[in-house]
Ligand binder design. Structure first.
Ligand SMILES: Cc1cc2nc3c(=O)[nH]c(=O)nc-3n(C[C@H](O)[C@H](O)[C@H](O)COP(=O)(O)OP(=O)(O)OC[C@H]3O[C@@H](n4cnc5c(N)ncnc54)[C@H](O)[C@@H]3O)c2cc1C
Length: 612
């Protein structure tokens, strides 16, 4: 079976697609490329499996730049009104905002990946002639009610009506099938590797009785969830708030709820896919207090808090996540590249990548192109952007430039920036994480065991979960457990002895050193460990694996325990970092220190206003 996956991933996936990228139909007939940037009409990166995300070929040039390599700016080969570095949602939004204000303006978007969208990437799989769609990164329009007006308006502008997800997302399916959350306890901390189902749905006493815990830990778990006890008696809400803002959740559990160490081990890595640090760095005040599937004990009667989503459900999800937002943005810029006209038909639209970068088009999106130097011309009347494409340096001259790329990399692109701004930009240490998608023949084992989500207390992958049940347009989610499914598994490097930015830096290195084979080995082991008793067999049931590796994933966000208090908005490092510099403006979700699409769009808009 290992061979089978290897063949699928590397023969049917990567190698065919590389062939496609190099040989357009024109080349096949005439033997020469019409333009060195043109993509073939059969170029289609979403169908690639294997190692994706920041795939090999996307990161090496920028790493060489950071290590000191230079590419001298040549004479400008092209002239634009605006060059945008970064083809994620922020850069694409900026292109949309700019061209709406300046119809006909010449805009070039550069991105180092072989696909546009930044973190908002689409993964496709083929199951007996049927296409399954998955999300390789940015997964949902999270809490659209909290979006800025400009971000909400942009979604409408590109054709998204978020209300329709109430119809498209089946919120009842897994409940009706009786599927719950489960924990796979690990051998090291709990003495045996054991799956316990019904977290948050079975009575806590029953759940605890099945868990491999000491008697004391069992009693503590039940008490922490069910006792209607205020663990901070005699304190006002304000006093509790300030204490919990400065106390980690693990310290709170240990020192105030007084639970056994085994309970701490259950929750230590609970928030790894969201906060990307251990719960010893997350303030107890940030932890939601409900007690269902994702709930955490000890707070319900001390400091009730529902979490950041308020009343909005987590349903605003296209099958490919916010890759459909990126596709709709590209449609608004280059309609010929993305056939169709609705938020429904974009889901199954077959993109024509050969239309992204055409001679004579006002807007061009140039993939596989890493910016390495961005500098004002000697007369300060333009900006020269030097980038590397297929190993060769090119320079484009622009009236204005927007840097919608990772903010911490900007000082390497723009050595002219003032020191204070460099410090501000460098503060944003990107957070590494991976989304691994596993195509399975069916999900009968989940149905049989009654689970939709497994949390692993101490394993490589933190979780495996069934896909979001969403059907729209011609795309039908496979609602029967007999149908194929794309499972979601999340791995975030964890180092118990390192904190925050140090952990994230080490994690970035670790991600680049971890081979596809290692991911595959853990996928097999962890799925078998959780599901074998439901009839799952990794050798038989896994059809394909795509690892979306994001060493530069989430934006840094303030809010962890060690974040200093900034005296005012202007002194926050990311606010200093995003100041306009001459003809250069700065976007990306990093500019708002917030890992979300709202921030990406909002700061794309601000950067355009500064550029107009
Ligand atoms: C795994 C994952 C899951 C997420 N899930 C959600 C979610 O559910 N909801 C949500 O709102 N947000 C989510 N996010 C946050 C996400 O980062 C934002 O929502 C948004 O997609 C960021 O868009 P962006 O354009 O600001 O940045 P990016 O998507 O990072 O785009 C920037 C682009 O610039 C490119 N670039 C960098 N340097 C250069 C260079 N020198 N030359 C050329 N190009 C360059 C980058 O490679 C990238 O393609 C998630 C992020 C990750 C990593």
């Amino acid at each position: 079976m290992k061979d089978k996956i290897t063949r699928r991933d590397f023969l049917n996936g990567t190698r065919v697609a590389i062939g496609a990228s190099l040989l357009s139909p024109y080349t096949e007939v005439f033997g020469a490329e019409p333009s060195e940037f043109a993509l073939g009409s059969d170029y289609y990166p979403p169908a690639l499996t294997g190692m994706r995300g920041s795939h090999d070929g996307s990161w090496e040039v920028m790493h060489a730049r950071v290590a000191g390599k230079q590419w001298p700016a040549g004479p400008p080969e092209e002239q634009y009104d605006l060059v945008i570095v970064g083809g994620g949602i922020s850069g694409l939004s900026a292109a949309r905002f700019f061209t709406r204000e300046r119809p006909g303006a010449k805009v070039l978007v550069l991105d180092n990946h072989d696909d546009f969208g930044g973190h908002a990437k689409r993964n496709e799989f083929s199951a007996d002639g049927r296409t399954l769609i998955g999300y390789g990164g940015t997964e949902s329009i999270d809490t659209p009610a909290s979006y800025s007006n400009v971000a909400r308006d942009l979604l409408v502008d590109i054709g998204i009506d978020v209300e329709r997800f109430y119809k498209y997302f089946d919120q009842k399916l897994y409940d009706e099938l009786g599927l719950s959350y489960a924990i796979l306890f690990d051998q090291e901390h709990f003495g045996q590797r054991k799956l316990v189902t019904g977290y948050g749905t079975r009575p806590w006493r029953e759940f605890a009785a099945d868990a491999p815990l000491s008697d004391k830990a069992r009693a503590d778990l039940v008490r922490a969830f069910t006792d209607e006890r205020d663990y901070l008696p005699g304190m006002s809400v304000e006093e509790k708030r300030s204490l919990l803002a400065k106390t980690s959740y693990l310290d709170y559990l240990r020192d105030y709820v007084n639970v056994d160490d085994q309970i701490l081990e259950i929750y230590r890595r609970w928030g790894m896919s969201f906060w990307c640090v251990g719960m010893d760095e997350v303030p107890a005040l940030s932890v939601p207090s409900y007690d269902d599937g994702g709930g955490m004990p000890g707070l319900k009667y001390t400091m009730p808090r529902v979490g950041h989503r308020g009343d909005e459900p987590y349903i605003f999800h296209f099958p490919d996540g916010n890759a459909s937002v990126a596709r709709l943005l590209v449609r608004s810029l280059l309609p010929d590249a993305v056939p169709g006209s609705t938020m429904e038909d974009v889901v199954t639209a077959k993109l024509d990548y050969s239309k992204l970068d055409c001679d004579g088009a006002a807007t061009r999106i140039r993939l596989n192109s890493t910016a390495v130097n961005v500098a004002h011309t000697a007369d300060q009347k333009a900006v020269d952007v030097t980038y590397v494409h297929k190993g060769k340096a090119h320079t484009a001259r622009a009236d204005r430039c927007i840097l919608a790329c990772y903010n911490s990399a900007i000082p390497y692109l723009c050595p002219e920036l003032p020191e204070e701004q460099v410090r501000g930009l460098s503060y944003n240490v990107k957070i590494p994480l991976t989304y691994t998608k596993v195509q399975v023949r069916n999900w009968r084992a989940f149905a049989k065991l009654g689970i939709r989500y497994v949390y692993y207390t101490s394993d490589f992958f933190k979780q495996v979960e069934l896909d979001y049940p969403v059907s729209l347009g011609k795309y039908e989610f496979g609602k029967s457990p007999d149908e194929p499914m794309v499972l979601h598994m999340c791995y975030v490097p964890f180092f118990a002895d390192r904190k925050g930015p140090d952990q994230w830096r080490a994690g970035r290195r670790k991600l680049l050193e971890t081979s596809f084979a290692t991911f595959e080995e853990h996928v097999r082991d962890q799925l078998d460990a959780a599901l074998a008793s439901g009839g799952f067999d990794a050798d038989r049931d896994i059809e394909a694996i795509t690892v979306n590796r994001w060493p530069h994933g989430y934006s840094y966000s303030p809010g962890l325990l060690w974040e200093p208090e900034w005296p005012n908005e202007e002194s926050k490092p990311w606010v200093v970092g995003r100041r306009p510099f001459g003809r250069i403006a700065i976007a990306n979700s990093d500019a708002g220190a917030s890992a979300d699409t709202n921030s990406a769009i909002t700061h794309g808009y601000r950067a355009v206003q500064e550029s107009l």
